[in-house]
Design a protein around this ligand. Structure first.
Ligand code: NCD
Ligand code: ZN
Ligand code: ZN
Length: 430
């Protein structure tokens, strides 16, 4: 079938200007056939009224919790939540149960997510068996099964020589090493930023625990030539180290989350684990450094680190609850409303950070709307405004610190390879 999206506005990929145009694509081929004003007639038309027609969003860091932790999220709820957030592709982290450390688990995630038919899922497999930080997994077998990168996210690889071996092996296979940077000898049993920890009489996490491991791994990436991708960068020192690595020509890319761009530790005035996340919400100075790093390209991409947990787990209080916040359904509205509308970040810069830049960094299709490209499209409405309401999420996780925030930029349709994978208001999958 030939389908046309009429009446939307697109971003010019050279100038970043918005312009009115229609999009014509084929749902069997899954490709865009033409973009313009005078297009052939179609079998079906999606009629818009000025909504933004953007490349489908790509999130390189989500936790889908399946297999093993399906009370937090299932593959079905996770990929539907992703599609509802405008995402056509997500990369999922391996801290599942069993851990994503064998070809069988990778193949299971790829196969089941394909059958569900919502956002596309690209597993990131473990660096070490069981994420124990010791024996390396079989990188080649994981890659063959469909893993696009390697990470022990949830934990850092503590042993330097082990990381050197991992990067050496990853380099020969051209697989990115994606790091959760946390030197546990510095973070210890900390739970939040030291200033907030002092107020609440809890143990703090030193920012140096992040920067120290980033420094080590940039040096190892320089030695090995491996592609190093740094997860959820949160401190001023970390941004400075990544900027230094890039200036030296090291192959390092990095991501920043919506919560580290919008929140700092001062929001934690009482014991509510909705604010507990790793790395923690940092100082205002750190937040501004992350924003500056995103603006100058040091932090290449936006990733949500969507980390669903149950209400029971999050009600245990900051000392005992697990780390993590959900984010995939609210990232674009939040960043559009609080960074683009006030003029802090331009619309094209935000959009490229969620589309073209992750596609380029990880060699994924999508990220661009032009004739011949895959028909991976997010349609967002920047007029419709409403408060973030966790009970309305498609995700099983309701653990957001942004409940009640008034936002615009909600996704109305998501199209992947020409197929409608989300339409605003659709029923939850079982
Ligand atoms: N970010 C978090 O606070 N939690 C993540 C783990 C991680 O991303 O390190 C999780 O799996 O819950
Ligand atoms: Zn992490
Ligand atoms: Zn994570």
């Amino acid at each position: 079938m030939k389908i046309r999206i009429d009446g939307g506005r697109l971003l010019d990929e050279q100038t970043g200007e918005l312009y009115g145009a229609n999009v014509y694509y084929d749902d069997v081929e899954g490709r865009i056939l033409a973009i313009g004003r005078d297009l052939p007639s179609a079998d079906k038309t999606i009629q818009l009224d000025g909504q933004l027609v953007l490349p489908g969003f790509i999130d390189m860091h989500v936790h889908l919790r399946d297999p093993g932790f399906t009370a937090k999220e299932t593959l079905a709820s996770g990929v539907q939540a992703a599609a509802a957030g405008g995402f056509t592709e997500v990369a999922c982290m391996p801290n599942t149960s069993p851990a994503t450390d064998t070809a069988a688990v990778v193949a299971d995630i790829v196969g089941r997510s394909r059958d569900i038919g919502k956002a596309g899922v690209h597993p990131i497999a473990c660096i070490t068996v069981g994420q124990a930080g010791e024996a390396l997994t079989d990188f080649a077998a994981l890659k063959t099964a469909g893993a696009i990168a390697l990470s022990d996210d949830g934990r850092g690889v503590q042993h330097g020589m082990r990381m050197l071996e991992a990067m050496t092996a990853a380099k020969t296979l051209e697989m990115p090493i994606v790091i959760h940077s946390e030197d546990e000898t510095l973070s210890g049993d900390g739970v939040i930023h030291p200033d907030a920890a002092r107020r609440l009489d809890l143990p703090g996490i030193l920012g140096e625990s992040e920067a120290a491991m980033i420094a080590r791994d940039i040096l190892l990436a320089e030695r090995t030539g491996a592609h190093l991708h740094v997860c959820h960068v949160s401190t001023e020192q970390s941004v400075a180290l990544i900027r230094w690595g890039k200036a030296r020509g090291v192959r390092v890319t990095a991501e920043v989350t919506p919560h580290h761009l919008l929140l700092d530790e001062s929001i934690i005035t009482h014991d509510d684990a909705v604010f507990k996340v790793n790395p923690p919400l940092q100082s205002e100075r750190d937040r501004l450094a992350c924003l500056a790093g995103f603006l100058d390209g040091t932090l290449d991409i936006i990733a949500t680190d969507h980390a669903p947990h149950t209400e029971a787990e999050k009600s245990l209080g900051i000392a005992r609850a697990p780390f993590g916040m959900v984010g995939i359904e609210t990232v674009f509205p939040l960043l559009y409303t609080y960074l683009v509308v006030p003029g802090i970040v331009s619309l094209p810069h935000l959009v490229w950070g969620m589309t073209r830049r992750p596609a380029d960094a990880f060699g994924l299709p999508g990220g661009s709307l032009r004739a011949g490209a895959v028909a991976d499209i997010a349609i967002v409405d920047i007029v419709q405004e409403r408060a973030i309401e966790p009970a309305a999420f498609y995700s099983r996780g309701r653990n957001t610190p942004f409940a009640g925030w008034q936002v615009t930029g909600w996704t109305t349709h998501t199209i992947r390879r020409g197929k409608l994978i989300y339409q605003q208001g659709e029923e939850r999958l079982a």
